[in-house]
Design a protein around this ligand. Structure first.
Ligand SMILES: Cc1cc2nc3c(=O)[nH]c(=O)nc-3n(C[C@H](O)[C@H](O)[C@H](O)COP(=O)(O)OP(=O)(O)OC[C@H]3O[C@@H](n4cnc5c(N)ncnc54)[C@H](O)[C@@H]3O)c2cc1C
Length: 505
């Protein structure tokens, strides 16, 4: 432990031990906060490395990122930046800020650029779709207004909550209006076909448009950059800090059961039978598995069940990744192609458009002169892929191959000859997501924020169970890396409050 980092650990709670289940962003952040407050920390991760959904993988000379598009809090002084500084030196990451966030294209030569600078975006949209002027002006106004929107302090006491409310008071009518419209409904306000399409349909059509407009706002103020090295660059920083603070991390340690005595969590049992005792258990693993399997469904009520019965989840996805022996830096970094014919992914899913990320902006992902390219294909039909993998491995491979070939054909139509430069093809499916992260239904991000849910928080505790907390994307609608940080912070605040320990971040 380095001197300066050991000084960060408050010597207030030496005898209390917390076991944290899951080494995704939420588990890692919870471990840091708990350690800083003086708890003995043991973090158990089923996989052989940290990150959960914040993942990337290496194939040959290429790294294929799955998670990071943008990270809220990248700008010093901006929303959430100070909280990231509590868990790592976020300023040591190199952030890049795309001028053109996304280019939408159809297969007839039409295209529309979504710029991060709101003035430029407004000009581009007015130029492309003068018939939509009124709605474009409303959109640009909303992006401007929400560019510095603060995040609520989840675990704070009433004085801070009241202060947060006062700060967002002027924005409340707009927030309320936008939170009650889905992206699909919002898109219908526009006549321009690509602009309509930008707001989405299909797997994420029910997403509240507030989520999309807030993220455009944060991009416009330069507080949502992409970190070179992807999400794993952030995860590595936090994991290293945890080790330096004296937190214990165990990989390949899958928790099967949370042990309960007298309606209080007292530890966990690992696959293989080992028992790890603790004064507190915090689950930052998948929410459904925690409640209905690790705890046997004993600690739930109508509110808990209602979420799992009624809330929508973000979809699962296939990712087709290519190592391309070509410098693609003259291309946009992110392209959505609206297809002439839908792409059939599985028996329930045909996609009208597909998105490519061309990672020429991240030199750590491919050798010089070459480019890592990924294609994201959302589907809710996770069971098709999981069943196929389990019961018919041959058909599973054939289906993966079919989808990859179809994606290459789409790329070929856009960049003729590119197929010959593809030296590596990698395909992951919802079965891969479930295997590596345990995320319920293979969901990429937990609960979808919809017009019905709004930005809802679920309780950090479970009914009838003491000494137990939860954190991560299953306790805050909307998911994402910031949710991991914020819910972890709030959970440790709750623990400290109960143990009469000063929360020290
Ligand atoms: C394609 C894609 C794009 C995304 N884009 C962005 C983006 O641009 N910006 C952004 O902020 N977010 C983005 N996200 C979302 C973000 O990655 C997730 O919301 C976030 O990483 C979830 O973190 P978590 O810690 O709550 O859960 P997870 O990452 O799911 O972590 C849970 C951990 O628990 C472990 N675990 C599960 N069961 C057990 C067990 N029984 N025992 C021990 N360990 C267990 C898992 O292995 C995992 O490591 C994206 C996600 C995807 C997939």
């Amino acid at each position: 432990m380095s001197g300066s980092q050991s000084d960060e650990v408050a010597m207030t709670s030496q005898s209390c031990k917390i076991v944290i289940i899951g080494g995704g962003i939420a588990g890692l952040c919870a471990a840091i906060y708990a350690r800083k407050c003086g708890y003995e920390v043991e973090l158990l991760e089923q996989h052989h490395s940290p990150g959960g959904l914040a993942a990337s993988w290496k194939r040959g000379d290429y790294t294929f990122e799955t998670c990071l598009h943008w990270l809220l809090g990248s700008k010093p002084g901006g929303t959430l930046h100070a909280q990231w500084q509590e868990v790592c030196d976020i300023d040591s990451l190199s952030f890049v800020y795309a001028r053109e966030y996304l280019r939408l294209e159809d297969e007839h030569g039409g295209s529309l650029s979504i710029y991060t600078d709101v003035e430029r975006l407004e000009r581009e949209l007015l130029n492309a779709a003068p018939e939509d002027e009124i709605e474009i002006r409303h959109l640009a106004g909303a992006i401007r207004q929400l560019g510095d929107l603060p995040m609520p302090g989840l675990g704070e006491g009433w004085p801070q909550k009241a202060l947060d409310l006062v700060r967002i008071m002027p924005d409340l009518p707009l927030l309320w209006r936008l939170s009650h419209i889905s992206v699909e409904e919002y898109g219908q306000r526009f006549n321009h076909p690509l602009l309509r399409r930008f707001f989405g349909a299909g797997a994420m059509g029910h997403l509240s448009v507030l989520a999309l407009i807030i993220s455009l706002g944060w991009m416009s103020t330069g507080n949502a950059g992409y970190a070179i090295g992807g999400a794993q660059a952030l995860i590595r920083l936090i994991a290293e800090k945890l080790t330096a603070l004296g937190g214990r991390v165990r990989y390949d340690a899958k928790v099967e059961r949370i042990l309960v005595e007298d309606e209080a969590a007292v530890g966990v049992q690992l696959a293989g039978g080992e028992i790890v005792k603790a004064d507190w258990v915090l689950s930052a693993a998948d929410g459904h598995t925690t409640i209905y399997e690790m705890l046997g469904g004993k600690y739930r009520d109508r509110t808990v069940d209602a979420a799992y019965d009624n809330f929508e989840t973000f979809p699962s996805y296939l990712q087709v990744s290519f190592g391309v022996a070509r410098d693609l830096s003259d291309q946009p970094g992110y392209v959505t192609r609206v297809l002439n014919e839908p792409l059939e992914i599985d028996p329930q899913t045909a996609l009208p458009d597909v998105s490519f990320r061309l990672f020429h902006f991240d030199p750590t992902f491919a050798p010089k002169g070459k480019t890592a390219v990924t294609c994201f294909l959302p589907t809710h039909n996770f069971s098709y892929w999981a069943d196929l993998r389990e019961h018919d491995p041959r058909a599973y491979q054939a289906e993966k191959h079919r989808v990859a070939e179809a994606v290459i054909a789409i790329l070929e139509r856009r960049m003729p000859g590119i197929g010959a430069d593809i030296e590596i093809t990698d395909i992951s499916t919802p079965a891969s997501v479930i295997r590596y992260t345990g995320s319920w239904k293979g969901s990429m991000e937990g609960w979808l924020m919809t017009p019905e849910t709004g930005p809802k928080s679920l309780p950090l505790t479970l009914p009838g169970l003491r000494q137990f907390l939860r954190a991560g994307q299953w306790v805050q609608v909307g998911g994402g890396l910031p949710t991991g940080l914020m819910t972890a912070r709030a959970a440790v605040q709750t623990m400290c409050r109960q143990d009469h320990i000063l929360f020290s971040a």
